[in-house]
Ligand binder design. Sequence first.
Ligand SMILES: Cc1cc2nc3c(=O)[nH]c(=O)nc-3n(C[C@H](O)[C@H](O)[C@H](O)COP(=O)(O)OP(=O)(O)OC[C@H]3O[C@@H](n4cnc5c(N)ncnc54)[C@H](O)[C@@H]3O)c2cc1C
Length: 398
Amino acid sequence: MSTADDPEDVRPVTMRTQVVVVGLGPAGRATASRLVAAGVDVVAVDPSPDRRWTPTYAAWEDELPGWLPDEVVATRTAHARAWAGGEHRLDRTYVVLDTGGLQQALDLSGAEVLRGSVVDAGAHQVTLDDGGSVEADLVLDARGTRMSPGRAAQTAYGLVVPAARAAAAGGPWFMDWRSDHGAGPAAAPSFLYAVPLDADRTLLEETCLVGRPALGLDELRRRLEHRLAARGVELRGDEVVERVRFSVEAGPGSRPGRRPPADRPVALGARAGVMHPATGYSVAVSLRLAEEVASAVAAGRDVWDVLWPAPARRVQRLREMGLTTLLRLPPTGAEQFFAAFFALPAARQRAYLSDRDDPVGTLAAMARMAGTLPPGLTAVAVGSALPRWAHRREREGA
Ligand SMILES: Cc1cc2nc3c(=O)[nH]c(=O)nc-3n(C[C@H](O)[C@H](O)[C@H](O)COP(=O)(O)OP(=O)(O)OC[C@H]3O[C@@H](n4cnc5c(N)ncnc54)[C@H](O)[C@@H]3O)c2cc1C
């Protein structure tokens, strides 16, 4: 273990602090930063604490916490649009974040930052790969998720294209499910995501929303190139590429909404399963929860109760059913499914996508959709509400 300021000092040491935050992605860094702001002593550990974040992070504007400076928003798209069986105008503002600005805004100057990998994390102690350790009143585990064959994942292949050339794609699109990607109607579905990064650049990304396994990046690249050629978007071969691959299911050893055993740390962010399993979004909710976690620690309240109040646990179960539905949709069903989703009233869409403490709203959105889907898809949606053992028996052919 070495301090980030002094990479030469590699002697194993034991430290003591109030809170250890393991992992400095958006969830860990936001929480460490808000804890410091709340006057809490924090040690944060990451193998590369200074690594510059590069993913394009986006969110709905109304999801972002008030303490986040306005400058971290790179672009705003009022009334974002989607295409599924026709064009839908969404009654919400979608924002693309300035990733570097976000990272900087989550100030860690008041925390002790250690460069190292945690090899063992308990409720009150972490051990690093060099043998050093940190003892703490509370350990928060924000090590993210891990890809594995059995886990549902999201994949995407994107190109950053000058805005003038990207305009022919017709965006901005939150989701464009048209099938001009050339893969044919029987292929696993993917959609075009098209968002402005700034006044001059647009990200055009072919996205596999979720799959077990998800589509490979080569397949998504072929689809994107085919789709863009069909729409008359000229590519020159020198475009910056964004590759997206992440599990939408919680990290190893973490069961969303289940209290960890007394000797285990409390998980945050994607590792905890706060990522919406049916959309892959987690950054905004992690930013919001960071403040709530920091206030709870400062006030001596139980952090897990703040992360997983009973309504959030119920919403989690409903979202897991939503994930099952998406994974079981036939290839041609995805566009019909999202046509029904985007036809929901804005408040229902919002409840399903964003309100992690509104089980009534989430259930109402799901029930209303199940009622408007074509009968074959309604059966898939209703079947997804069956308990897990029934899905296992079905997979095993029982
Ligand atoms: C290209 C891309 C685009 C995305 N776009 C969006 C988006 O628009 N909106 C959205 O909400 N989500 C998006 N996502 C999903 C995104 O991954 C997550 O939402 C987000 O990064 C999860 O944050 P996190 O902090 O929970 O975990 P991570 O970002 O995975 O961070 C985990 C951290 O833990 C550290 N770590 C790992 N192991 C150890 C260890 N043993 N010891 C110490 N530290 C360790 C890692 O170095 C890392 O810094 C995108 C993902 C990708 C890849």
